[in-house]
Write a protein that binds this ligand. Structure first.
Ligand SMILES: Nc1ncnc2c1ncn2[C@@H]1O[C@H](COP(=O)(O)OP(=O)(O)OP(=O)(O)O)[C@@H](O)[C@H]1O
Ligand SMILES: [Mg+2]
Length: 226
């Protein structure tokens, strides 16, 4: 992979050891300081402003690694991290991605209005009924996440968004356009060159993940705010 090496290392923020003699092994990413700093800054502001970030770059360049580092930062900041990952074999299964993302929340008692609750559970195959309107499903997903974020910031981490099923993609794009006033951060990773990817995401920030070893010739990160 692009000449990187993974080094087990302690991060400056982590305790050197844990009770019971357990030594945490933390993977340090090489040459990603700029990307991680940009994401850390956005995560640290989550209680003041929600945001949506798209990480994009070539296959194997390190998008998932940066995404996982961002997820870890979110957890360190006491955010609830919800994750989903597009999988080619599930890309034709409607709402498979949304099911993955919301699963931890579905186990909790719901405060959703009945009409939204019904729409969401029916879409996810957890309840019988006629096919609900996409708008109601998207609204229900947003309400569920925003209600959770009222007590604990939420970081949504979606990898390989180019393979997320189309209806989930529509729901995520809907949410991304509405997170600004809630402590919600959406971070999606997208492979360059996927014509099948249907955009519509509100992206306050684009982080282009470039090959880290090119960082002397090019900036390792290109960040464009909308
Ligand atoms: N900055 C880095 N330092 C060390 N190792 C890295 C770094 N970036 C990526 N790697 C390693 O390179 C490999 C590929 O990285 P990763 O899976 O994050 O790429 P990707 O862009 O998500 O690829 P894909 O497009 O296939 O999803 C992994 O083994 C990862 O651990
Ligand atoms: Mg990846």
């Amino acid at each position: 992979m692009n000449g990187h090496q993974c080094m087990p290392a302690h991060t400056g923020d982590s305790p050197a050891s844990l009770p019971g003699g357990y030594e945490p092994v933390v993977t340090r990413l090489i040459g990603r300081d700029a990307e991680l700093a940009a994401l850390r800054r956005l995560i640290s502001r989550i209680r003041h402003e929600g945001t949506s970030v798209i990480l994009r770059g070539e296959p194997g360049v390190g998008k998932s690694s940066v995404l996982q580092a961002a997820a870890a930062m979110g957890r360190d900041g006491n955010a609830l991290v919800l994750e989903a990952s597009g999988i080619e074999s599930e890309s034709m299964l409607p709402f498979a991605g949304l099911h993955q993302l919301l699963r931890p929340l579905l186990a909790r008692p719901s405060s959703l209005p009945e009409v939204q609750q019904r729409a969401l559970l029916t879409a996810l195959g957890l309840r019988d009924g006629p096919a609900p309107q996409l708008f109601l499903i998207a609204l229900a997903a947003l309400t569920l996440i925003a209600d959770t974020a009222a007590t604990q910031p939420v970081v949504l981490v979606i990898d390989d968004v180019q393979w997320i099923d189309a209806p989930t993609n529509d729901v995520l794009a809907f949410i991304s356009r509405r997170v600004r006033h809630d402590p919600i951060m959406m971070i999606t990773a997208l492979r360059d060159g996927h014509v099948s990817f249907k955009s519509g995401y509100k992206r306050r920030t684009f982080v282009s993940v470039l090959p880290a070893q090119d960082s002397h010739a090019n900036p390792a990160v290109k960040i464009a705010a909308e």
